[in-house]
Design a protein. Structure first.
Length: 123
């Protein structure tokens, strides 16, 4: 997996707007584009819906994170190193250009996936 240069926050556009999307199958390509990674269908599925997976490469010795996206049931699973997080009731995704995707519940709790594989849960 290629290594990624550290993110230079000073190089980001000051007027970059955060994009809010409903957490649906239509958001999956935009999430992958923001994180600069390919999207794949998971090797399993729900009876009536597709499940997607994204592998976010790590940087600075941080392990890669595996995201499993289940928009049809409003769920996101994240495996990062020895930790696994199952985040349910996801309603929207905020895309912060060049930085991160913020998966948000209706109650304001969120799970953040940053470029470079950093995972943050605020519940």
């Amino acid at each position: 997996m290629p290594t990624r240069e550290p993110l230079d926050l000073d190089a980001l556009p000051r007027n970059a707007a955060i994009e809010r999307l409903d957490y649906t199958k239509d958001a999956i390509p935009r999430i992958a584009e923001l994180l600069e990674i390919p999207v794949e269908r998971a090797p399993f599925r729900l009876p009536s819906a597709t499940v997607w997976q994204l592998t976010v490469p790590g940087t600075r010795g941080r392990p890669a994170a595996l995201l499993t996206l289940w928009p049809s049931i409003h769920r996101l699973d994240v495996i990062a190193g020895p930790a696994t997080v199952v985040f349910t009731d996801v309603r929207t995704v905020d895309l912060v250009p060049g930085v991160e995707a913020q998966f948000r519940r209706g109650d304001r709790a969120c799970l953040i996936v940053a470029r470079g594989g950093k995972i943050i849960v605020r519940a």
